[in-house]
Ligand binder design. Structure first.
Ligand SMILES: [Zn+2]
Length: 319
């Protein structure tokens, strides 16, 4: 018997970590334009989540749902559907405020409110966190200490995208242990970033990149990342699965307000590509929740230990 052939045959397929940022786009846009009753359930979100969960059901895909407190408190039925699927319950904060615009105290208040909301709705205390808009940067490295102190096992907020100002330097391509100044540690799972085109970083792990880039390009990039790293992490939003065009949000009393109109036009543009990409990835890879995927990945790979320099750069830890 060839031992090499045996080990190859038994090697499990590398995990593709699949996540949903469970937030109500219409609710957040209505808040942005100052509508009076922005904090209420919307038909759009129910339609979008149904379409998204139907897709995951059909393709038998498990996922992590990073839940936004201000949204999910209105939809206990949808939360129960997610729980009954056996998916992982994660945390996306409560009010969807960028982390680098908050003080540590305000961030922790928001975090605790989110944990309590999610736990009361699902019966599960989340162990994974994703910052709104991947908004952790060099000004708020304390976020990792806060997450570790609140019992989180991992963070999924790093995304090597120019859309994050003053972003952390040296973002890794695969999960790592972060060793923190307090002595605590937390795993961080960066969103997929493809370095295949002349070493240019293409953060093609989801969002606007899946709409703007051709589906075949994204699928090729994720395939390359999976084969070089043995793991990759991607994300989608409910509105990207809406079967009807996204409506623009107008401020109270009407008037000209081009911002939301332009956003809706952009969000509708090539939105069908997100569903196409999702379906192709789930058919091609072994998609699973972050928690399950990390367990599997850590059984095969010893995670590197990194720490921050004073300048906010990640580098191998010295001890
Ligand atoms: Zn979000």
């Amino acid at each position: 018997m060839n031992p090499q052939a045996t080990s190859t045959a038994k090697a499990p397929r590398p995990p593709l970590l699949f996540s949903v940022d469970v937030e109500d786009r219409q609710q957040l846009l209505e808040r942005r334009v100052g509508r009076n009753h922005w904090n209420r359930p919307t038909h759009a979100f129910q339609r979008q989540m149904s379409a998204l969960l139907d897709t995951l059901d059909t393709l038998e895909c498990r996922a992590t749902h990073f839940m936004l407190g201000v949204t999910v408190s209105h939809y206990p039925e949808i939360m129960q559907r997610i729980v009954s699927r056996g998916d992982e319950i994660g945390c996306h904060g409560f009010a969807h405020q960028r982390v680098h615009r908050q003080s540590r105290r305000d961030f922790e208040l928001d975090l605790r409110r989110a944990i309590e909301t999610v736990e009361s709705l699902t019966g599960t205390r989340p162990v994974g966190y994703r910052a709104p808009r991947f908004s952790v940067n060099r000004d708020c490295l304390w976020m990792f200490e806060s997450l570790a102190a609140h019992g989180f096992d991992y963070d999924a907020s790093l995304n090597n995208t120019p859309r994050v100002p003053k972003r952390i330097l040296g973002i890794p391509r695969a999960p790592v242990h972060l060793k923190l100044p307090s002595g605590r540690a937390i795993i961080t799972v960066p969103a997929m970033c493809w370095h295949g085109l002349h070493r240019i970083a293409v953060p093609a792990g989801g969002g606007g990149y899946w709409r703007a880039l051709p589906t075949s390009f994204v699928v090729r990039g994720i395939r390359a990342s999976m084969s070089s790293q043995g793991v990759s992490a991607v994300y989608v939003h409910p509105y990207e699965f809406d079967p009807v065009p996204l409506a623009s949000i107008r401020p109270e009393g009407g008037g000209i307000y081009p911002g939301p109109w332009l956003k809706s036009a952009f969000d509708n543009l090539w939105r069908h590509r997100v569903r196409q990409t999702t379906e192709r990835l789930i058919r091609e890879h072994h998609c699973m929740s972050y928690q399950s995927g990390l367990e599997r990945y850590c059984m095969q790979t010893r995670l590197p230990v990194l720490s921050f320099t004073a300048q906010g750069r990640l580098r191998p830890s010295e001890s």
